[in-house]
Design a protein around this ligand. Structure first.
Ligand SMILES: Cc1cc2nc3c(=O)[nH]c(=O)nc-3n(C[C@H](O)[C@H](O)[C@H](O)COP(=O)(O)OP(=O)(O)OC[C@H]3O[C@@H](n4cnc5c(N)ncnc54)[C@H](O)[C@@H]3O)c2cc1C
Length: 396
């Protein structure tokens, strides 16, 4: 694919709202971007591969950094309605001894609530900000060719369109990224995990409970009406995890964990309802080539260990919408470069923090996890506040 040489641009320049923009992927980043562009008068097309939005997903925690973008989109009330703010964070070791417990109120009073929400509910909230006419469901990009001036796209239904700009918001295994940059493997984080739901009642809905073992982690995160449980362990990449025996494997791994863990595990009954995945993140040097850019997990997936991936995807979408307001079809690469420059250091910081958190929470020798537990017990509340403050205070 060629880079854009603006000197050679030979078409009438399309300003702002006349620009032809294709967003590939109608997930968190894609819908946020489409909604913000629509507000500013653009008419983007969103190509989403699934035939209809459904119920697949787990809980996510939206930091105030992400949720405040929903205020600008006019759907913040819907978020508060569908999600659940939490107020307390508690960590035990596997024996059930408390390592730390603190209120997040000093943080949320300064920046806004931390909200847990079922991913499909967040998608529904974001969809309210996007004209359904802009979204082409059951649609992928079959082929993409770019010149200095335009991008020619063939969709999976055989139709063809021409765009000034294509933005890949198609997640960590992005097809757009592959089409533009070739094969780029996400980085395996050394962990594999199982997520499942448990009925509420075992835990106060405002409390987060985590159990940190040696190379093992079990977190219980309430959302509306139920609890989301993350169980994960240090593991080599790609170990097969057939549905058959899945419950036994989880029970084996967390055998000996105390506190409310045995009660949580006793609710495991349908292995088909347990979602399994290895954990990856992605760091690449450049987030665009010519007239094709990447946003969200396709450019900068974050390990789930610090819970910032969704907020990062939404922030990047917001910055891209902002840059596109000042762009035109001739100088599109300038907007893509400016987006990357504005986002890079913040994204790097959150990715690195998530990697560090992975090493800390999943310390995989008894000696290191014992030392970690001691450090956690001695941590002052001020250190927790500073940790959150450093992630939330900076501009996006
Ligand atoms: C176990 C786990 C727990 C997590 N927990 C948290 C958390 O607590 N808090 C948090 O902030 N983040 C969390 N994350 C991260 C979060 O889920 C992602 O960072 C976030 O969803 C990224 O948004 P996105 O729009 O870039 O990608 P996605 O939300 O993955 O959206 C991609 C969209 O593109 C579509 N698509 C894919 N391929 C194509 C194609 N070829 N053509 C058209 N459409 C396509 C998909 O169907 C989807 O709709 C977690 C991740 C994992 C794995």
């Amino acid at each position: 694919m060629s880079m854009v040489d603006t000197e050679k641009y030979s078409l009438p320049v399309r300003y702002g709202t006349d620009m032809r923009i294709l967003i590939v992927g109608g997930g968190i980043a894609g819908l946020t971007l489409a909604g913000l562009l629509q507000q500013r008068g653009f008419r983007p097309t969103v190509a989403e591969r699934i035939p209809e939005y459904g119920n697949v997903g787990y809980i996510i925690v939206l930091w105030p950094a992400g949720s405040r973008i929903l205020k600008g989109l006019g759907v913040y009330e819907d978020l508060l309605e569908a999600g659940l703010p939490f107020s307390d964070y508690n960590v035990w070791d596997e024996s059930g001894e408390m390592l730390q417990s603190y209120s997040v109120l000093p943080v949320t009073e300064k920046y806004g609530p931390m909200i847990s929400i079922y991913r499909p509910e967040l998608i529904n909230v974001l969809r309210k900000a996007v004209d359904p006419e802009f979204i082409r469901m059951d649609t992928r990009v079959q082929n993409m060719e770019q010149t200095n001036d335009e991008v020619f796209v063939t969709f999976s239904d055989g139709s063809e369109e021409t765009y000034d700009l294509v933005l890949g918001c198609d997640g960590v295994n992005s097809e757009t990224r592959r089409q533009v940059f070739g094969e780029v493997q996400p980085t395996f984080g050394g962990m594999t995990g199982w997520n499942f739901w448990v009925k509420s009642g075992i835990l106060e809905p405002t409390q987060i409970a985590e159990y940190w073992g040696t190379g093992k982690f079990l977190g219980i995160w309430p959302t509306k009406g139920r609890l989301s449980v993350f169980t994960s362990i240090r593991s080599p990449e790609g170990i097969p995890d057939p549905i058959d025996g899945r419950i036994d494997r989880i029970n084996e791994n967390f055998q000996g964990f105390n506190g409310i863990v045995p009660e949580i595990l006793s609710h495991l009954d349908d292995p088909n309802e347990i979602y399994h995945s290895d954990y990856y993140d992605l760091q690449i040097d450049k987030w665009y080539k010519g007239r094709v850019g990447l946003i969200g997990d396709s450019a900068h997936a974050v390990l789930p260990t610090a819970g910032g991936g969704v907020s990062m995807a939404m922030e990047s979408a917001a910055v891209m919408a902002d840059e596109l307001c000042r762009a035109d079809s001739k100088y599109i690469s300038h907007a893509l470069e400016a987006h990357m420059t504005r986002r890079r250091s913040r994204v790097d910081k959150i990715q690195n923090q998530s990697r560090m958190m992975g090493k800390f929470a999943y310390a995989n020798s008894k000696a290191v996890s014992s030392l970690r537990n001691l450090v956690l017990k001695l941590f002052s509340k001020k250190i927790h506040f500073n940790y959150w403050d450093s992630m939330l205070k900076e501009p996006i």
